[in-house]
Design a protein around this ligand. Sequence first.
Ligand SMILES: Nc1ncnc2c1ncn2[C@@H]1O[C@H](COP(=O)(O)OP(=O)(O)OP(=O)(O)O)[C@@H](O)[C@H]1O
Ligand SMILES: [Mg+2]
Length: 367
Amino acid sequence: MKYDIGFLGGGQLARMSIMAAQRMGLRCLSLDPGHDAPASQVAAAVVGKLDDPEAIANLASQCDTLTWDSEFIPVAAVREGLRQSGMDPSLVTPSLETLETVQDKFLQRQAYANAGVPGPRFFEIKKISDLPQFGLPVVAKARFGGYDGKGTRTVRDESDIAEVAAFAEAEPWMAEEFVPFRRELAVMVCRSPRETLCFPTMETVQADHVCDLVFPADTDATAVAVAAVEALGGYGLFGVELFELADGSFMVNEAAPRPHNSGHYSLDWGGPSQFEQHVRLVVGLPLAPIVGRETCMANLLGQPGAVEWRDGLRAATLALPGAHVHWYGKAEAKPGRKMGHINVAGPGCVEKAIAARKAFYAAWTRS
Ligand SMILES: Nc1ncnc2c1ncn2[C@@H]1O[C@H](COP(=O)(O)OP(=O)(O)OP(=O)(O)O)[C@@H](O)[C@H]1O
Ligand SMILES: [Mg+2]
């Protein structure tokens, strides 16, 4: 008997999706180079490289459908793996074509511009003298492989240009107009050929380029988020990151073709989680109606001097009954790395989540 879903990558997004799939009676298998990956702790896994067509073929030959844990997996390797295994590419959600567009920030921006989805002006950079096309500041971005702000630089003056020139020589890159946004927002969009549903618009607060806090925004950016996913020809679950401007209008920053940090709150909001919807989209089940309570998520990042995470867990849940701690089981707690998160639902959830995280960090770093 085949597994219902194969995950390309075994990180925390695969882990939480697998846990949702298991509650729906589905069987999952993941592929990851690590022997002790977050996903391999909760379900069957194969060890192999994500750019190795043979490893991908091994996964695909054991599964009815496939999906992505990360958008950085080389599509050419997946195409070859599917060919070797005989799996029909239409069984991969989101599609290989959509992933190819999303992987390249320049192609992604072009797709939005062609569809009239609002976004900053942007241009391809071939040499550093191309840069100040709109005047400064501009935001320089590596076209491929950026995450958590790695590969993104704001260029404000001549001294920043020299720094960017160094990183720009190494890889293809682009630049876009600096958006003086009021807030950053995110919308999880669920889209199948039959229906489109959105989770509520959330405000996302970044600290040091890493998502820090997520809570409901008192505005509705779902129409622009859906337009972005349509512009990508996307089917499946997408996390659409947006900027809110001073006049209350929206611009799209980027979309992630997978569960997204801004949707983790939905594990504890009393309605369907983003992971459940993701699973439904991958196996072709109808979506669950989206309703739930106001909930805040605070990320738990690796801290210098961290010792035993269970001490943090106990401290957070004792400090605040109703704080739900999710731990990803990563082998190493490097400072700044996403290790887990805390969800708190109901009135006052933002202050409560911050307090619970403070208690977690204090106990975790106590030697
Ligand atoms: N055009 C822009 N104008 C102003 N700020 C921007 C712009 N583009 C990006 N930023 C800021 O830089 C952050 C990171 O940019 P982006 O989302 O493109 O990079 P990433 O590293 O791929 O994303 P992530 O942090 O979501 O993994 C954004 O969340 C935003 O704060
Ligand atoms: Mg981003």
